[in-house]
Design a protein around this ligand. Structure first.
Ligand code: PLP
Length: 315
């Protein structure tokens, strides 16, 4: 998906024009995937622009740095918070997608990374519905990928680490080439893990089921939001393994992610999920989610960080 350039990018302490934010070809992260990143959305709601769950995203970014032994003393969470807000205001964006990245930069060629300096940048761009508006209402057609998700004995699923996204890319390529909207990964035991860039929820007998944190998933912030909304609506949420055949037999299935937001899955491997359209529990959770981010209902979980001086509130 091509992105539309915005005005300025924060790179190592400076705000640079979009075209000037460049890195050297010897950048370690380009060769070895030694970067960590976040994807964060800012929504333009009735109260103006708000960044969705900025604190948990920045906490996860710093956790990913910890996993890769990256020194980040120059960027405590409060500083990252300010830079992210500034990235929205300096680019005059009302709704956008923020991408903060720490990476091992230029100066070292060997695998041992601890002597290679760490760079930090953030850009903010306009970004619409990742899987399409149609998908939000009607759902996506997904397939079970032939690729398996790595686990905590081979990598670090809880980290949002650049190099780990090769698997997600292979899943996306396979799914798109086969005519599906998204691919679902199983774990090493054959249980359902998550989508290429989304967490997964099944609805069975009125209960919402999602794989637990220690089952090789990324601890999604939208996942956490969907769980909190479901519980608030009085819906039981269970953390339990989901087997492949449960995907075909469950009543509803949906995916969560910053990019995908909350998207129903209407079929898996060409088998209809439920009656092949968005289910009622998915719709209730989705409706609450969008009502909060669009400011149509009170931000009762305190999820939105207001962006001062961004565009006026949506009418
Ligand atoms: C592999 C993977 N799983 C799940 C998610 C969903 O996480 P979040 O809701 O925090 O965006 C993402 C996206 O960040 C992801 O890349």
């Amino acid at each position: 998906m091509p992105i539309q350039p915005s005005k300025v990018i924060f790179l190592d302490g400076e705000w640079l024009p979009w075209d000037d934010a460049k890195v050297h070809v010897t950048t370690h992260a380009l060769h070895y995937g030694s970067s960590v990143f976040e994807g964060i959305r800012a929504y333009n709601g009735k109260q103006g622009t708000g960044i969705f769950r900025l604190g948990p995203h920045l906490k996860r970014l710093l956790d990913s740095c910890k996993l890769l032994h990256m020194p980040v003393e120059d960027y405590p969470q409060e500083r990252l918070h300010e830079i992210c807000i500034e990235a929205v205001t300096r680019n005059d964006l009302d709704e956008c997608y923020l991408r903060p990245v720490f990476m091992r930069s230029a100066g070292g060629l060997g695998l041992y990374p601890l002597e290679t300096p760490v760079s930090f940048f953030v850009f903010a761009v306009k970004w619409g519905r990742y899987l399409g508006q149609d998908a939000i209402e009607k759902g996506v057609d997904a397939m079970v990928s032939s690729w398996r998700r790595f686990n905590a004995s081979t990598s670090m699923p809880l980290g949002k680490i650049g190099g780990q996204y090769v698997t997600s890319q292979m899943v996306s390529i396979e799914a798109r080439k086969a005519g599906f909207g998204e691919g679902i990964l199983l774990d090493e035991r054959g249980n359902v893990c998550e989508g290429a860039g989304e967490n997964l929820f099944a609805v069975m007998d009125g209960e919402v089921i999602t794989p637990p944190l220690a089952s090789s998933i990324l601890g999604g912030i939208t996942r956490d939001s969907a769980i909190r909304i479901a519980e608030d609506l009085g819906i039981t949420v269970r953390y339990a393994p989901i087997s492949r055949d449960m995907l075909y037999l469950c009543d509803e299935l949906f995916m969560t992610g910053t990019a995908a937001e909350i998207t129903p899955v209407r079929s898996v491997d060409r088998i209809a999920v439920g009656n092949g359209s968005r289910g009622p529990i998915t719709e209730r959770i989705q409706e609450q989610f969008f009502a909060i981010v669009e400011g149509r209902t009170a931000d009762r979980f305190d999820w939105l960080t207001p962006v001062p001086a961004a565009s006026p509130a949506r009418a």
